[in-house]
Write a protein that binds this ligand. Structure first.
Ligand SMILES: [Zn+2]
Length: 173
């Protein structure tokens, strides 16, 4: 198949990219590697609740391709959870795009059409210093809302109990 691949668009980079089962030393673990676009398909379909058609459109790919990426992502998660493997999220073949921005002076705005280049100046105050704001939708994720100083919800802690980042205390286990 030499058909040129459509550029897969991704609006969300996961804040946590490594998950391991509690109580098992890293060296004894098998690892499944999930690509960034697999994580994005999962986010659109399973977190945002989009139809496949809609998710495919967001990522600028065909529906069968979206379905294939999604199926692969779910398969990897099932494999990791049921067979006790670690999950690493990295790499892939995609273009990161943004829809929402914020300037250093507190203005925030959203574009109708996402872009892959960060605007140089704020449209409101015309000053330089613009940063992208992560796509919403991952409201339960640890990464979401960090720019707004979101508080943890009660009970949220329990989710993290068995899932520890590589950087966390899990390493020496
Ligand atoms: Zn501004």
């Amino acid at each position: 198949m030499s058909r040129p691949q459509k550029c897969r668009r991704v609006e969300f980079m996961p804040g946590v990219t490594y998950f391991k089962p509690a109580g098992v030393p890293l060296r004894d673990l098998e690892e499944v590697c999930m690509s960034i676009e697999e994580a994005e398909a999962l986010r659109l379909k399973d977190l945002e609740g989009m139809e496949q058609e809609q998710g495919a459109e967001k990522m600028n790919i065909s529906r069968p391709t979206f379905q294939r990426i999604l199926a692969s992502a779910r398969q990897k998660i099932a494999d990791a959870i049921l067979n006790g493997k670690a999950i690493k999220i990295e790499g892939g073949n995609f273009q990161l795009i943004w829809r929402r921005f914020r300037c250093n002076h507190g203005h925030e705005w959203e574009l109708d059409n996402p872009v892959s280049v960060i605007p140089e100046r704020c449209p409101k105050c015309r000053r330089a210093g613009v940063q992208p704001v992560q796509a919403a939708g991952n409201r339960r994720g640890p990464n979401s809302g960090t720019m707004y100083g979101r508080k943890k919800e009660p009970g949220e802690q329990t989710m993290d109990a068995g899932i520890q980042g590589r950087e966390g205390s899990a390493d020496g286990a």
